[in-house]
Design a protein around this ligand. Structure first.
Ligand SMILES: Nc1ncnc2c1ncn2[C@@H]1O[C@H](COP(=O)(O)OP(=O)(O)OP(=O)(O)O)[C@@H](O)[C@H]1O
Ligand SMILES: [Mg+2]
Length: 224
């Protein structure tokens, strides 16, 4: 029976893909059959006429996943806007059934599936129908939240945690990205977030890290 976790963030470009690649790599190096799935990706580059899902390609390469890219992403949009708008502009809006079908297929290939969201938790996926939170709920997953470390991190992270909780989405942990160990404010952010929300900061990732400092068995336990 496959287990999964959903990676969301305090916003777009927070480092979801970068962190996800390290988490999947960590699990795979420890011998877990770990894979990756993303429902909708915007701003894909076109190479030789073909749209390349950059996030999936990065995680595949970094973590050494042999699954074909086509099985890792359901909707690949060239337009670099939110999926709800890209889907309209390109005449290919997200269908929940397609996402769930592909998600289940990815579950069938891996024991530990890491699902990357688009943008932050309130990213619109399809106008008047689905926000990202609806996909998380339809998949029945808990979340990890990636938050860039710095000024404003406490506000952004608590807003995301509280919103998830209000929508009955379980929050398993926070990962601080672009963290500077020893930085007084960032160290305080970590302690404050844990004390205020009760959510553990499971890892702090620094600029250019090629490994994430988390016990793979502890990480695997977060998947459900
Ligand atoms: N710790 C880091 N060290 C170096 N580069 C990083 C780090 N974290 C993120 N980046 C870089 O910052 C950019 C944004 O990160 P990333 O693509 O992971 O964000 P994202 O949250 O997945 O964005 P999206 O919402 O578009 O999926 C990328 O170029 C990525 O390689
Ligand atoms: Mg990404």
């Amino acid at each position: 029976m496959s287990k999964g976790i959903f990676i969301t963030a305090t916003g777009t470009d927070a480092g979801k893909t970068f962190v996800t690649a390290l988490l999947v790599k960590k699990l795979r190096q420890a011998g877990y059959n770990a894979g990756y799935y993303k429902a909708a990706l915007s701003g894909a580059l076109r190479k030789a006429g073909q749209l390349i899902p950059g996030d999936a390609q990065y995680v595949k390469q970094t973590a050494g996943i042999d699954t074909p890219l086509e099985q890792m992403v359901s909707y690949i949009y060239e337009t670099a806007v939110s999926p709800h708008l890209a889907g309209e502009l390109e005449g290919n809006p997200v269908e929940l059934e397609t996402v769930l079908r592909d998600y289940k297929a990815a579950c069938g290939l891996h024991d530990y599936l890491t699902v990357e969201g688009s943008g932050g938790i309130l990213c619109p996926i399809r106008r008047d129908m689905y926000m990202l939170e609806d996909l998380i709920k339809a998949m029945g997953l808990d979340v990890l939240i990636v938050a860039p470390a710095g000024l404003g991190t406490i506000n952004d992270t608590i807003l995301t945690i509280e919103y998830a909780r209000q929508r009955c989405i379980g929050v398993k942990g926070v990962i601080l990205n672009w963290f500077h160990p020893g930085d007084m404010m960032e160290e305080d952010n970590r302690g404050f977030l844990e004390a205020y929300t009760g959510v553990p900061v499971i890892a702090c990732v620094q600029e250019g890290d090629t490994d994430v400092d988390v016990d793979p068995a502890v990480l695997a336990e977060l998947y459900q």
